[in-house]
Design a protein. Structure first.
Length: 183
């Protein structure tokens, strides 16, 4: 209830309420931005843009999800927009003919830690990296990911499946390196 009161005050352009919301969410949203951008200056810039957009569009917040989830989506969109703007060329791939196989086994071998997984995600090719990151790390579902990335849900599922395959390969080679270095 407290949060909805603050949001309503923000809708009325109450600056102190906006500051309260900013302080409540800035650290968490900064972490989200850093997971995507890997650069503190870029993350801070994108975070500021995301908050500006959130306060400009706060009248669109209907309370169907938590404010944090709504804001996180804006931050992720801003991060992806930033990354797209830095990339000079993108190659469009028509994945409409592909049909993914559902497989939710995300187990990894013993000895591989979360840092290894995050490091491997960064090494994934661009079109798989964001889908895997949004699904595994940020907890988005296929519908949300497809809306954010402007791809079909089928393409999202396909990219997740292929990204998962690449991720497993990277983690297996990491485990092989660890064994080789320990012998």
């Amino acid at each position: 209830m407290f949060q909805l009161d603050i949001v309503e005050k923000c809708k009325a352009n109450d600056r102190s309420a906006q500051l309260k919301l900013y302080r409540q969410y800035c650290d968490g949203m900064y972490c989200v931005a850093m997971r995507f951008l890997k650069n503190a200056d870029d993350a801070e810039d994108v975070l500021q843009e995301a908050f500006v957009k959130a306060f400009q569009k706060i009248h669109q917040f209907k309370g169907e999800v938590t404010f944090g989830a709504w804001l996180k989506r804006i931050v992720v969109n801003k991060c992806i927009d930033f990354l797209k703007s830095k990339k000079e060329q993108t190659i469009a791939l028509d994945e409409s003919y592909m049909s993914p196989v559902e497989h939710d086994d995300w187990t990894i071998e013993e000895g591989i830690g979360m840092d290894d997984v995050k490091e491997a995600i960064v090494k994934l090719s661009e079109k798989y990296k964001y889908v895997v990151m949004m699904y595994l790390v940020e907890g988005f579902d296929h519908k949300e990911i497809s809306q954010v990335l402007d791809i079909t849900e089928t393409a999202c599922r396909t990219r997740l499946l292929r990204g998962k395959g690449q991720l497993k390969e990277l983690l297996q080679s990491k485990k092989y390196e660890m064994r080789r270095n320990n012998s």
